[in-house]
Design a protein around this ligand. Structure first.
Ligand code: PMP
Length: 431
C-alpha cells in the first residue's frame, strides 16, 4: 500500500488537529543510527529524532536487548501495586543525577503527565492554585499543562484549573525585554517577576514553571543565570521552582547534564520525558521528599514506570553515561552551530542561529526586518527533506527550524546535515 493511501486512511480516521509534517507526509519504516528510511525507500539523516526523543538514535542493541530481556520474562506489565525492580533502579539513578537533595521520583508516561504531577505536588505543598509561567512556553496537552503553555497555536482550550500569571520569555528578537544586553535582560526579567507577584497574585503562589531552553517555542532561552535570579525572589515567599527538562535533560545542551545548571540554581522540582526512553513511553518528576510527599491522597499511574519502559530507561541512561554523550553533544553541537553561523548568518532571511549543544535553531525573518518569515521556513524545511535531512519546525510564528538530533551524532553526520541545511537556506534566500 502506498504512502498516499495511508495518508488518505489517516485523514479519514484520525483527528484533523494532529499535525503531520510535510506537504507529502512520510511513513518511517526503518532506522539505524541517525538514519531512517521511509516507505518509498528514501533515506534521511535525522536531525529531529522524533522530537528529541530518539536520544541515542535508532536500533541501539543495548536498548533492544534490555527490552527483549524484560519481554522474555513474560511480564510486560504488573502495575505500580507491585514492586518493580527496574523502576526502583532507574529512580535511584535519576535521583542521584538530579542534583536535588533527598529526591523522590514519580514515573509517568509522558511529559504532559510529568508536568501535571509537578503542578499537583507544588499546589498541594503550597496549598495554592496560583502559578507563574513563561510566555512562549510549552508544557503539554492536559488542562493544567495547557494552562501554563504560553503559545497560542498549542493552547487548545481556555479551561485551566490554575490561576496563571505570565513572565516575559527570553526572546531576544521580540517583546519588551528583547534587544537588551545580558545583564540588563536579567535585571529587567527579575523586575518583571517582582511586578507580576505584586500586581497579579496574592503572594502565596505555588510555583514558577519554566523550560531552561524553550523547546516548542523555538529554542529561545534567556541569558544564563535567569532561573537562579528568579529563584532568589521566589525564595523570599517560599514559591517553588519547577524546571521542565523534557527537552533540555540528559546532557542535550552539551555544557551541562540539566538545563537548569546554566542558571546557578537547583530547582525544587524537575520534570523529564522524551529522550530517557529512546522511544519507549517514560517520563516523570523529581523533587525533595517533603515536596513530593505533600500529596495526601493516593495518586496512581497504571503504566507509569512499567517494567518495559524502565528496562529501556535504565539501558538508555547507562549508555548515555558510559559513552559520555553530553560531551559529544557539546563537541558535535559546536561543529554544527559554528558551521551554521559561518555559512548562513549573513543571509537576509536568517535573524539568528541559536541554541546549546545539540539543541540548535535558525530563525527566519523578512530580510532587513524582524518580521517572522514562515514561508521561507517552510521552504527550507521541505528543501531539507527533498535532500535527505529531517529537521523540526517551531517558534511562536512557525518561523524557526529546530534541530535536536540523537546525541550520538557524529562530526561527519553533522557536516553532512550542515551542507544540506546551508544549501536549503541559500535556495530559500534566493526566493
Ligand atoms: N514539556 C516540554 C518542554 C515539551 O517539549 C513537551 C513535548 N513537546 C512536553 C512537556 C509534553 O510532553 P509529552 O508530549 O510527552 O506529553
Amino acid at each position: 500500500m502506498s504512502t498516499a493511501d495511508l495518508l488518505a486512511r489517516h485523514r479519514a480516521v484520525l483527528p484533523s488537529w494532529m499535525m503531520l509534517y510535510y506537504e507529502e507526509p512520510i511513513e518511517i519504516v526503518s532506522g539505524s543510527g541517525r538514519r531512517v528510511v521511509d516507505a518509498e525507500g528514501r533515506s534521511y539523516l535525522d536531525f529531529f529524532g522524533g522530537v528529541l526523543t530518539n536520544m541515542l538514535g535508532y536500533d541501539v542493541a543495548e536498548v533492544r536487548e534490555a527490552v527483549e530481556r524484560q519481554l522474555r520474562t513474560g511480564v510486560a506489565h504488573t502495575s505500580t501495586l507491585y514492586l518493580i525492580r527496574q523502576q526502583v533502579e532507574l529512580a535511584e539513578k535519576i535521583a542521584r543525577l538530579s542534583g536535588i537533595p533527598d529526591a523522590r521520583v514519580f514515573f509517568t508516561n509522558s511529559g504532559t503527565e510529568a508536568n501535571e504531577a509537578a503542578l499537583l505536588v507544588a499546589t498541594n505543598y503550597r496549598r495554592s492554585g496560583q502559578v507563574l509561567a513563561v510566555r512562549n512556553s510549552y508544557h503539554g496537552r492536559s488542562y493544567g499543562a495547557m494552562g501554563v503553555t504560553g503559545t497560542r497555536s498549542w493552547s487548545a482550550s481556555n479551561l485551566s484549573p490554575l490561576r496563571v500569571s505570565w513572565l516575559h520569555s527570553g526572546d531576544r528578537l521580540r517583546g519588551l525585554l528583547s534587544r537588551l544586553g545580558e545583564q540588563e535582560h536579567l535585571e529587567a526579567a527579575v523586575d518583571d517577576l517582582r511586578e507580576v507577584l505584586a500586581t497579579q497574585t496574592s503572594g502565596d503562589v505555588a510555583c514558577l514553571i519554566a523550560e531552561p531552553v524553550q523547546g516548542v517555542g523555538g529554542f529561545v532561552h534567556p541569558p544564563d543565570g535567569l532561573l537562579g535570579a528568579w529563584k532568589k525572589v521566589l525564595d523570599e515567599s517560599g514559591i517553588l521552582l519547577v524546571s521542565d527538562e523534557v527537552q533540555t535533560g540528559w546532557g542535550r545542551t552539551g555544557e551541562h547534564f540539566w538545563g537548569y545548571q546554566a542558571h546557578d540554581v537547583v530547582p525544587d522540582l524537575l520534570t523529564f520525558a522524551k529522550g530517557i526512553g529512546n522511544g519507549f513511553a517514560l517520563a516523570g518528576v523529581v523533587g525533595r521528599a517533603e515536596v513530593i510527599d505533600s500529596v495526601s491522597a493516593i495518586s496512581f499511574s497504571t503504566f507509569g514506570g512499567n517494567p518495559v519502559a524502565t528496562a529501556a530507561g535504565n539501558a538508555v541512561l547507562d549508555y548515555l553515561i558510559e559513552h559520555d554523550l553530553q560531551r559529544n553533544a557539546a563537541r558535535v553541537g559546536a561543529v554544527l552551530r559554528d558551521g551554521l553561523r559561518a555559512a548562513v548568518a549573513d543571509r537576509g532571511i536568517v535573524a539568528e542561529v541559536r541554541g546549546k549543544g545539540l539543541m540548535l535553531a535558525v530563525e527566519f525573518v523578512q530580510p532587513g526586518t524582524r518580521e517572522p518569515n514562515p514561508a521561507a521556513t517552510l521552504r527550507v524545511f521541505e528543501e531539507c527533506k527533498r535532500n535527505g535531512l529531517l529537521v523540526g519546525k517551531g517558534g511562536l510564528y512557525g518561523n524557526v527550524i529546530r534541530m535536536g538530533p540523537p546525541l550520538t551524532l557524529t562530526e561527519e553526520e553533522a557536516r553532512e546535515g550542515l551542507e544540506i541545511l546551508t544549501s536549503a537556506i541559500a535556495a530559500a534566500d534566493a526566493g
